[in-house]
Design a protein around this ligand. Structure first.
Ligand code: SAH
Length: 261
């Protein structure tokens, strides 16, 4: 049957829910906290720490700043084996490009591969130590490498900032996570009332000569049709026109005509 796809039963689970962030041997507790914050802002939840130098630690909590719940839930493991348990897929992030045997992706390429659901299951996303990154043995545990295409002259990001870049790409691949305010243009009748008001105001202002209108209103219609104002914006426009008309009335309607009118 084509309708059911037994090859990818987890495809419906968003990538953010399938990714486990694994920090290997983190040296600065502040970076662990900052990584938790980076994750939480992008909807990632699962943090696993392999042999962190200091954790828990007040510096981690301070840098988490609102993401302490991730730290509290973080699992601390003695070995990488423990950290990777249950993952069907393991990817390592690296600033270096020396592991020639593995496929190498940019974060965006890597996310595109996995967000499509072509590869299912739980994914471990490994990050290395601040000073020395991951060992060769640790990288051997991975199927894929991810490198943020930074300046080759200086390509090593701060650990938590590397986490942020990956977490952002994961979120950006899932448009449902983004709430865009709906734009609802006013209807055609409302636009007509606006054009009438605009035309009358331009006549009042002696900007438009009713005996020689040329193409002005047509051009203005094209301009405002392109803008497709919503109800709020229309209120502002109508308010501006009303005020301009009141100013004309206050000055006795005796606005001097432009030189060429
Ligand atoms: N000197 C170390 C740098 C480690 S930075 C090295 O050569 O690997 C700490 C961690 O942040 C890295 O192990 C990696 O997980 C991540 N990271 C830093 N810069 C990165 C980049 N440009 N691309 C991918 N990950 C990066």
């Amino acid at each position: 049957m084509e309708s059911s796809n037994p090859e990818s039963p987890v495809a419906a689970v968003p990538l953010a829910r399938r990714v486990r962030v694994v920090l290997v041997g983190a040296q600065h507790p502040g970076n662990i906290g900052a990584a938790a914050r980076a994750m939480k802002t992008m909807g990632l939840r699962e943090l696993v720490l392999v042999a962190p130098r200091r954790f828990p630690d007040p510096q981690a909590a301070a840098m988490a700043s609102g993401a302490e719940d991730l730290l509290e839930r973080a699992r601390v493991c003695a070995t990488l084996d423990e950290a990777l348990a249950g993952c069907t897929h393991v990817a390592a992030t690296t600033a270096r490009q020396r592991y020639l045997s593995l496929p190498l992706f940019t974060p965006r390429e890597w996310v595109a591969r996995h967000a499509s659901g072509a590869v299912g299951g739980h994914i471990a996303l490994m990050f290395g130590r601040e000073r020395v990154g991951l060992t060769n043995e640790e990288v051997d545990r991975c199927q894929e490498l991810i490198s943020i295409p930074a300046d080759p002259e200086y390509s090593s990001l701060n650990l938590s900032q590397a986490v942020q870049v990956l977490a952002y790409e994961i979120r950006a691949s899932q448009p449902a996570g983004l709430v865009v305010e709906a734009h609802e243009p006013v209807d055609a009748a409302e636009m007509e009332r606006f054009y009438q008001h605009l035309e009358q105001t331009l006549v009042d202002l002696r900007f438009l000569n009713p005996d020689n209108p040329r193409l002005l209103m047509r051009r203005l219609r094209r301009l405002f049709a392109r803008a497709a104002p919503d109800a709020n914006e229309m209120n502002i426009l109508r308010g501006m026109l009303t005020h301009a008309q009141q100013a004309v009335t206050r000055s006795g309607g005796a606005w001097s005509a432009p030189a060429d009118a």
